[in-house]
Design a protein around this ligand. Structure first.
Ligand code: SF4
Length: 703
């Protein structure tokens, strides 16, 4: 076959927040061959099992290929007119806050930008929230408190340059595998590099650690307050940095003074010797990275946990330098891009909040006279408002909240009660699509163009390499068409994603006086050709010739406020175990599945790793409950119950259960762990406490 008939494009993996680059090669009618991109700075040619199996998940089985109105196929004009009419009727009768969008970290930045602009800028409500609320909003709130802005100061290279890596509340070996491969490769090169894992479970990541602290769930603030005290008492505080660049040190020090190692050992239920080993490692090595993930964020004290970690890095000035920093890992491929455009109900756009001058700035940029003036409802509150009848019309895009929200049966009741439900998805049959009045077929990965931002602030292109099947359309197009039908022709007159991206970039620079670091104004005048050729780079990108910033070194640069120490109070999870519900239910991902299985479930290779819901339980607890390996158990909480296969697991602490998040009621009745999770949220971030619900378990009697 002639060379010119082979097409190669570079794109980005649609799964986790590592954001690996991929090379897709296609010869005319052959199936695309998907390989890791050797040149992408996130993965340099590495890939994990999920990324390697992407080619097996591209078929159209159960794809939604045509708009549907109450189950009946309709054309696009009918569907879009119906959506616009439904939203307009709610707005006219009940006001703009009677409508809501619930979106997703699966959307590309361009889709996200247009959804946020339509809701906040032109419908005039901030009732747009995202499933990223469920995984990283505590990190956002923690960054905002410490740095005045949602920023990750470091980069992936820091993980290879560190002397000590501390992983808190994350199973990176399974959930951010390529990043963990990079860490392991660095450890092989540098035998003195130390890995410390802080996690109640002995996970695949903890198995590789030099030190594993199996802490009591919810005790992270005590652990890091104790580290603060240790660093301060033993001369590891960088006084000149603290004086010049920070504020709030004295209050934080006073609170942390109560956390001596004996108290921390009791609070965390870990031996004092192990605690001191961790503290010494952190103190005695110049280059320390603390990676944190959902085990930190998904808690009623998630934001305090984040700040307790950041406090220690500020105190010892271990951030903004090679091999140093607190580092939040995002779960989804574009959680970070969503944060940049204002996809959270409490942010506006381009890292701006709802301060009056910011609202005015964005209003003028968008030329809108109906912009929202205050934050909207966060995910859990938003679904409560739907059930209460305050929200009359909701549009859900690229997510499956009836599986993923806590107290997921409440979300089901909410959609049953809602007057008008629109769902955009690429799949026809999910737990959520079944409740749609209007179902809109969205383009899937491989069919759409745009950008994503990974955990290290790196913006990368996603390129389409497949034709749009049936009537599927990109999300940005669908939202823009509704925006035009609501009377905003000019504001949503986009021809292609490049138009949207350059508008987003220009907004980030619009009257940015330097008090915000998020500035990609240098990309605001890209031509279509330049946009197509955009290579991965880390913001800020203030000028057209910027190649990016690996580290945000100075916390202040004269225009920004000092970094802040935050006083963090150790407090237990909201619902304690009891005689009735004596176990703590924890939830999380498995290695080879993603979210609610709509893609990874298509690959027998991926399902071979874990092919059904399970409950992991310590063997002694299993014996006490007469739960044999591979038998069925019923796990129950005050909010719901499920059935799962018993896995007796020495890596579980006594008194704790672990159930994966992926399975759903399309797979099997009573398989959604979300239905069991208490709807408790962090008061600042609104992130749910997925890691701690009182539960009980018992054998399922076989007929
Ligand atoms: Fe995709 Fe994440 Fe695996 Fe990279 S590590 S290939 S982004 S799932």
């Amino acid at each position: 076959m002639a060379e010119e008939q082979t097409k190669t494009i570079r794109t980005t993996c649609p799964y986790c927040g590592v954001g690996c680059g991929l090379k897709v090669t296609q010869r005319q009618d052959d199936a695309p061959v998907i390989q890791p991109d050797p040149d992408h700075p996130a993965n340099y040619g590495r890939v994990c099992t999920k990324g390697a199996a992407l080619g097996e998940t591209l078929d159209h089985d159960d794809r939604l290929l045509q708009p549907q109105l109450r189950g009946r196929p309709v054309d696009w004009d009918t569907a879009l007119d119906t959506v616009a009419d439904g939203l307009r009727q709610a707005i006219d009768r009940y006001g703009p806050d009677s409508v809501a969008f619930y979106v997703s970290g699966q959307l590309l930045t361009e889709d996200y930008y247009v959804a946020n602009k339509l809701m906040k800028g032109f419908i005039g409500s901030a009732n747009i929230d995202t499933n990223s609320r469920l995984c990283m909003s505590s990190a956002v709130a923690g960054h905002q408190r410490a740095f005045g802005e949602d920023l990750v100061p470091g980069c992936y290279e820091d993980l290879e340059q560190a002397d000590v890596i501390v992983i808190v509340g994350g199973n990176s070996a399974w959930c951010h595998p390529v990043l963990f491969q990079r860490i392991q490769a660095a450890r092989e090169r540098r035998s003195n590099m130390r890995l410390i894992v802080i996690d109640p479970r002995r996970t695949a990541t903890a198995d590789m650690a030099d030190l594993h602290l199996a802490v009591r769930p919810g005790s992270d603030v005590a652990l890091f307050n104790g580290l603060f005290r240790y660093l301060d008492d033993n001369g590891y505080a960088d006084r000149s940095f603290i004086d010049a660049e920070t504020e709030g040190y004295t209050s934080a020090r006073d609170v942390c003074a109560a956390f001596d190692p004996d108290r921390v050992a009791v609070d965390c239920d870990v031996e004092r010797q192990a605690i001191e080993d961790f503290y010494r490692s952190f103190a005695e090595h110049e280059r320390v990275v603390t990676l944190f993930s959902q085990g930190v964020n998904q808690a009623s004290s998630g934001t305090d946990k984040v700040n307790a970690i950041i406090n220690c890095h500020l105190l010892s000035h271990r951030l903004g330098k090679p091999g140093c920093g607190p580092f939040s890992l995002t779960g989804q491929p574009n959680a970070m891009g969503g944060r940049e455009v204002g996809g959270l109900a409490n942010t506006l756009a381009a890292h701006m909040g709802f301060e009056a001058d910011n609202v005015d700035r964005v209003r003028r940029f968008w030329d809108s006279d109906s912009i929202a003036g205050e934050p909207g409802l966060k995910a859990v509150d938003l679904f409560n408002a739907i059930e209460a009848g305050q929200i009359k019309a909701v549009w859900i895009m690229a997510t499956n909240p009836l599986v993923s929200l806590p107290d997921a049966d409440q979300a089901r009741r909410a959609l049953s009660a809602c007057d008008f439900v629109v769902v955009s998805d690429c799949m026809a049959t999910t737990d959520t699509t079944q409740y749609a009045d209007v179902l809109l077929p969205a383009a899937a990965w491989g069919e759409k163009d745009g950008t994503v931002t990974n955990s290290e602030r790196r913006i990368s292109r996603q390129h389409a390499f497949l034709p749009l099947p049936g009537e599927a359309r990109p999300d940005w197009w669908i939202i823009s068409e509704v925006g035009k039908r609501l009377g905003h022709e000019q504001a949503f007159d986009y021809r292609q994603p490049a138009d949207i991206f350059s508008e987003h970039a220009r907004l980030s620079a619009f009257e940015n006086d330097g008090s915000r670091l998020f500035n990609i104004g240098g990309l605001g005048a890209l031509s279509q050709t330049e946009y197509d050729a955009l290579t991965p780079r880390q913001w800020p990108l203030k000028n057209a010739d910027d190649t990016g910033s690996a580290r945000l070194s100075g916390v202040t640069d004269g225009t920004r406020q000092p970094a802040r120490f935050v006083t963090t109070m150790a407090r237990p999870p909201v619902h304690a175990v009891s005689a009735e519900y004596p176990f703590i239910l924890n939830s999380g991902r498995v290695r080879d599945h993603w979210h609610t299985l709509t893609r990874t479930g298509k690959s027998p290779r991926l399902s071979a790793h874990r092919d059904e819901p399970f409950v992991a339980i310590h063997p002694d607890d299993a014996d006490a409950l007469a739960l044999q390996e591979n038998t069925l158990a019923e796990v129950e909480t005050r909010w719901g119950r499920l059935n799962a296969r018993v896995r007796r697991d020495n890596g579980q602490r006594r008194g704790e259960l672990f159930v994966p998040i992926h399975w759903n009621d399309v797979y099997s009745q009573r398989a959604r762990v979300g239905a069991l999770v208490n709807p408790v949220v962090d008061p600042l971030s609104g992130e749910p406490e997925f890691k701690h619900t009182p539960a009980r378990a018992r054998p399922v009697a076989m007929a």
